[in-house]
Every structure is written in C-alpha cells, then in structure tokens.
Design a protein around this ligand. Sequence first.
Ligand SMILES: Nc1ncnc2c1ncn2[C@@H]1O[C@H](COP(=O)(O)OP(=O)(O)O)[C@@H](O)[C@H]1O
Ligand SMILES: NC(=O)OP(=O)(O)O
Length: 320
Amino acid sequence: MASIGKPNRVVIALGGNALGNTPEEQIARVRAAAPTLLKVIEQGNEIIITHGNGPQVGMIQKSFALAHEDDPSVPAMDLPECGAMSQGYIGYHLQQAIGAAMHKAYKRWHVATVVTQIEVDPDDPAFQNPTKPIGQFLTKEQADEEKAAHPEMTFVEDSGRGYRRVVASPQPKKIVEYESILNLLDNEFIVIACGGGGIPVVRDYNDKGAYKGIAAVIDKDMGGELLAEDCHADMLVLLTAVDHVAINFGKPNQEELTDIDTQQAKEYLAQGQFGKGSMEPKVRAAVKFAESRPGRVCIIGSLDKAAEAMAGLSGTRIHA
Ligand SMILES: Nc1ncnc2c1ncn2[C@@H]1O[C@H](COP(=O)(O)OP(=O)(O)O)[C@@H](O)[C@H]1O
Ligand SMILES: NC(=O)OP(=O)(O)O
C-alpha cells in the first residue's frame, strides 16, 4: 500500500455525476472536497486530479442546440468541443476551490488545469457500439421523445437511475499534453488534467499528422488510469456517488466490497456484476492499474467520504 510519510503520487478522479448538475451544486461539492485533497498532500503525497464530465458534456451540447434551435444553419456543437468546454468549466471551479484552500494554508496558488487531448484509435470498435452515458437522466417517456426527435441518438437505462443518451467511448491511447503535465508536477503544482477522460483526438494524415477531434467521450476512469500510469502514480482513487463497489447491486442480497484482489474483480466483471458505462469501467480501470506494477492500489469510494476512503475506513480497495 502507498504509505503515509513518503511522497507517493496519487491520481484522484472525481466522478461527473458526483459533481452535481448546476454550477452552484458543483461549486459546493468541489469546495467540500478541497480540504480533503489538501489533507492528502499534507500526508506527504503529490496529487493529480482528473474528473468526469458525463452530465456536463451532455448539458453543454444540449444548451448550444437549444440556443440555436430557431436557426438550422447553425451546426451542432461537436462532442470534442463540448468536452473541451467541460474541462474549462470544471477545471475553473476546481482551481477556485483548491486554490482558495491552498492560499489559506500556504499563501500559494499553485494549481492549474491542462486542457488535455487524448489520442484514440479511429478504428476502435467502440465507435460502432455507444456505451458512455452523457447528459441528464430521463424518464422512459422523455427518452422515447428524444429518440423520435433525434433518431441517430441511442438511449439506455443507466443503473436504475433513469434513461440516458449513450455515445461512443474509445480506449485512451496517448496523452498529448503529457510533458506539460509532468512539467507542472515537477514545479509542485496541483495539476487538473484529462478532464472528462480527455478530449478524444485522432491523427489527420491529410494534414501532416495534426490532431483533430473525433465525436466520442472517453471514460474518465480509463483516462485517469492512463494518467496514473504515465505519471508513475502509486495510487488511483476513483471518487463517485456510492461508498463502495457492490455485488448484486440494487438487489435485496446486495453486498458491499471493502477489499478484493484483481482476480476476484475479474470474476465479478465476467459475471456482469457492475453497471455498464458506470461501475464497470471503474473496476476495469482499477484492475488495469493494480496489475500495471507491483504495489499499485486503486480505491473506489464516495466523494463525500474521500478522506475515510484514503485512510482505509471506507471505499473498496482493489489490489493485485
Ligand atoms: N455493482 C455496483 N456497485 C456500486 N455501484 C454501481 C454498481 N453498478 C452500477 N453502479 C452505479 O454506478 C454509479 C457510479 O457510476 P457513475 O455515476 O457513472 O460514476 P461517476 O461518479 O464517475 O459519474 C453508482 O452511483 C451506482 O449507481
Ligand atoms: N467522461 C466520463 O467518464 O464522465 P463521468 O465520470 O461523468 O461518467
């Protein structure tokens, strides 16, 4: 386990759903989380923050469509642009909250957001099979209405919480701004990076290999895992809206997991114990990280109990 007292590198991922649905809710939640994040630093760790954007990226795209609904000549705002906006929107609130807490404690303001692109494979099969829920939760009737208005969109039921639109979610391959992130870390900044899983981009070989956006939303748990590996992190902490990963989730025989090894996690994955597009990618990211180097640990827990989760008093610990 990453022990207190030596400078461990910890990547902390904040779930998009755990950040609330309005700017006011988001400000309140990141303000509440900021003291915990600083406490992790005081315990001798370096932290790197990433975050989801599922609700926010959908909200940004829909707001733009509504603003221009009377003018069909205005094209839709594409997902990569919406993803970039979500990184700015969430990074801005995180910078304010962490910056204020840091300034109070140390009279320093060393926190910065990196607008981060992540290269994906244009032939990733995920482009043929949308799985990433975005936007608000809908009733069945609302989802049917949206589907009738936008036949190209796909809607699925999301972990008993309602219906949501799903979009393609390719695997992250390479963090384009990797060196900028490491430079900021070397200069003792708290870095917020790979928000929303990173803006998905592909190489355009008709334009000398330049990067261009592609319509998708990368899973931030998988983006966060890549960030953690690239930054040589010791621990990956995935914070969401539930205290623990569970088996038989939502059933009378639900069982909360506190400590499992990757073998057990893989068996539960094979049994389909985890919600697709919600808990499943977290457990997959946890397994990948825990198996990437001896001693690496992932904790999945709630944003509200982040301190307890890091102290081993809450959350699910996944290790090799
Ligand atoms: N087996 C499970 N154990 C715990 N939570 C689960 C499980 N399967 C699905 N979920 C759902 O997954 C949610 C976390 O995924 P999601 O909301 O997508 O996360 P994020 O906070 O990253 O946006 C939980 O709040 C819960 O509703
Ligand atoms: N991009 C992403 O995974 O967002 P959520 O954490 O909100 O699902």
